[in-house]
Design a protein around this ligand. Structure first.
Ligand code: NAD
Length: 297
């Protein structure tokens, strides 16, 4: 595999393009928004600069990486030569099903189609295509250039050959792939989201405050970030939508999202991206300040 098409140039798409390009693949980065493509190239360049400064790569390697990336707003043109497509567009099921129908029609029959979805069924996405054996989940972690894990998710019809090929390629990217089957939340979010939900329930039921809950998990369990701070980092809307996938997918009330989380999302307190969640975020400041709503009176 040589030609990689990455669909979606947001947070994850730019990181995925960065990692493939650094490993000598030819990357075509596709987005519906020209502005998103420009921002992605600027972000990749800035992240490569940081690696040059830390002497992890040379200036020449930075230039070679950037020269491996082209951008496009036409999925059909980019997909025509693809060996592998990695879709990292917005987490919306209708959008993903539409994109996979389109890629299936545009990409060569031999191409493998991967999705970076956090929670949507790989089997359902694969069923939109004429090649469900060649559809697979490649769940990269944020920030992609730094995080080692790729959760490789086999849909119900994904073939052994395609799984082996993606596992091998993930290793060639310097990552550690871990194979899991396609059930709601896969492994990462099936375990992470109930923990975050339980932390929110503990706050909602006044078992402890934001600081205490995060301190117990940081110092007691050696987590680098407490669950409430992590929820803010991921985005509370994203947490809610993944919990809904778990709740709907298993029909088990243990996954029901905490009413406090639902209220916060409804009111637009989505965490770091909106400036406030369990914590308050000032532009340019790295200080961790608990939101005034959760400060002790
Ligand atoms: P994002 O909102 O930062 O970026 C999504 C990009 O997709 C945007 O630039 C948007 O313009 C583009 N897009 C929308 N429709 C498109 C279309 N039809 N064709 C091409 N591009 C289109 O989102 P993100 O955080 O990068 O998430 C992308 C995917 O990665 C989602 O499936 C998400 O669940 C998954 N994911 C996210 C994270 C994370 O921490 N953000 C972690 C793992 C997986």
């Amino acid at each position: 595999m040589k030609n990689i098409v990455v669909i979606g140039a947001g947070t994850m798409g730019n990181g995925i393009a960065h990692v493939f390009a650094m490993n000598d693949y030819a990357v075509s980065l596709v987005d519906i928004s020209e502005a998103a493509l420009e921002r992605a190239l600027a972000t990749i360049s800035k992240n490569l600069d940081r690696m040059v400064k830390k002497e992890k790569i040379s200036e020449a390697e930075k230039a070679a990486t950037l020269s491996n990336i082209t951008t496009s707003t036409s999925l059909d043109e980019a997909a025509a030569n693809a060996d592998l497509v990695v879709e990292a567009a917005t987490e919306n099921i209708d959008l993903k099903l539409k994109i996979f129908k389109q890629i299936d029609a545009a990409a060569p029959a031999k191409a493998i189609l991967a999705t970076n979805t956090s929670s949507i069924s790989i089997t359902k996405i694969a069923a939109q295509t004429s090649r469900p054996d060649k559809v697979i989940g490649m769940h990269f972690m944020n920030p992609v250039p730094v995080m080692k894990l790729i959760e490789v998710i086999r849909g119900y019809a994904t073939s052994d050959e395609v799984t082996a090929e993606i596992m091998e390629m993930s290793k060639n990217l310097g990552k550690i792939p871990t194979e899991v089957n396609d059930y709601p939340g896969f492994i990462a979010n099936r375990i992470l989201m109930p923990m975050i939900n339980e932390a929110i329930y503990s706050l909602y039921e006044s078992v402890a405050g934001v600081e205490e809950i995060d301190t117990v998990m940081k110092l007691g369990m050696a987590h680098p970030m407490g669950p409430l701070q992590l929820a803010d980092f991921i985005g509370l809307d994203v947490c809610l939508s993944i919990l809904n996938v778990l709740h709907d997918g298993f029909g088990n009330p243990k996954y029901a999202p905490c009413p406090l989380l639902v209220n916060m999302v409804t009111a637009g307190y989505l965490g770091r991206k909106t400036g406030e969640g369990f914590y308050k975020y000032e532009k340019g400041s790295k200080e961790v300040v608990i939101s005034s709503r959760f400060q002790k009176k």
